[in-house]
Ligand binder design. Structure first.
Ligand code: PMP
Length: 321
């Protein structure tokens, strides 16, 4: 199946042969870490999910690479992950790895900075200081995997972890146990993903994406204070909606019951891209399928990441030299 932009849906994820691990590029089969790795035991790693898109002229461009790397730096600071390459070096490592992997089709990039091993003189235990830092970067060939005609979401009984317990703005591996629980229970009842409420009972985000709703032609999304990740796609959507569609975008709390009275809803994230939600729990949002605003934003987003919208060329980093 292919959507109107030519990306294969449910495309297989094909890992690239080379992986960056702790200052070296090694064959994927040799990119191994010991079972004693601190991050493996305690969930103390931070990561990014980044996409690179093939443009019409055969060039592969990474979308908003520096913004992802800035977020990685901030996430790393929260977990006291020290001695990581600075942003320009990290950018060069990623581009170099993609070239080494001869990536030419849509790709996914996963840098992961992790708590590695106790430093000499530091005793056993759950801690952040006295632990060395590791860095792994995997890349894979990956196309779109969400359907253009929309998905069904369940409102999860699992609440989003409060920011005061685990920082929501940081992509910490440990917090994804929360996402996995919500995703699992949603899929077990036949839904595609879950909408998660925060400790106040308002909409937070989905398991791996931010959420937008449309009411009376206005775009509404929970504020950063709603215990959500500061999504880069969220920011892209807000920019495109305001500047290209002239829409009013409001960042405000969305209560549980409001979810069932919206005109449209869609998820926005690097992995899912922009995917319409056509049903929440047992409530169909639109008898006619995908709403107009969701369709327009999805189209604009896919044009932008593929370099068809030259106004946003600043968001693209070419992989080739
Ligand atoms: N929320 C969560 C929990 C996520 O994992 C992601 C994916 N990184 C997002 C939102 C969307 O963020 P982005 O648009 O930066 O990929």
């Amino acid at each position: 199946m292919a959507d109107s932009f030519g990306a294969a849906l449910s495309a297989p994820h094909k890992p690239h042969p080379w992986v960056y691990l702790d200052s070296e590029i090694v064959a994927a089969a040799e990119a191994l870490v010991p079972t004693t790795t601190q991050a493996f035991n305690y969930g103390t790693a931070v990561f990014e999910g980044i996409r690179a898109y093939a443009s019409g002229n055969g060039e592969l461009n990474v979308f908003r690479l520096d913004d992802h790397l800035k977020r990685l730096e901030r996430s790393a600071r929260l977990l006291l992950l020290k001695d990581l390459p600075r942003l320009p070096e990290m950018r060069a490592i990623i581009l170099d790895l993609l070239r080494r992997n001869q990536a030419s089709t849509d790709s996914y990039i996963r840098p992961l900075a992790y708590k590695k091993a106790l430093l000499p003189g530091f005793g056993f235990g759950v801690k952040l200081t006295g632990v060395s830092t590791g860095l792994a970067i995997n890349t894979l060939a990956m196309g779109a995997y969400m359907p253009a005609d929309g998905i069904h979401c369940a409102v999860s009984s699992w609440r989003r972890i409060p920011d005061s317990s685990l920082p929501a703005r940081a992509k910490i591996t440990g917090s994804y146990a929360n996402s996995a629980l919500a995703m699992e229970s949603a899929q077990r009842i036949g839904c595609d993903d879950a909408l998660m409420l925060n400790v106040h009972g308002n909409l937070a985000e989905s398991t791996t994406s931010n959420v937008f709703v449309v009411r009376d032609g206005q775009l509404i999304t929970p504020p950063l204070s709603a215990h959500i990740l500061e999504g880069i796609t969220r920011d892209t959507v807000i920019t495109l909606a305001r500047d290209e569609l002239g829409l009013k975008v409001i960042e405000r709390d969305v209560s549980f019951s409001e979810l069932f009275s919206v005109d449209e809803c869609f998820l926005a994230g690097t992995g899912v891209e922009v995917v319409p939600v056509t049903q929440i729990d047992d409530c169909k949002l639109q008898e006619s399928g995908v709403g107009e605003i969701s369709t327009a934003i999805r189209r604009l987003y896919l044009e932008t990441v593929r370099g068809l919208n030259t106004k946003y060329a600043r968001w693209l980093t070419p992989v080739s030299n």
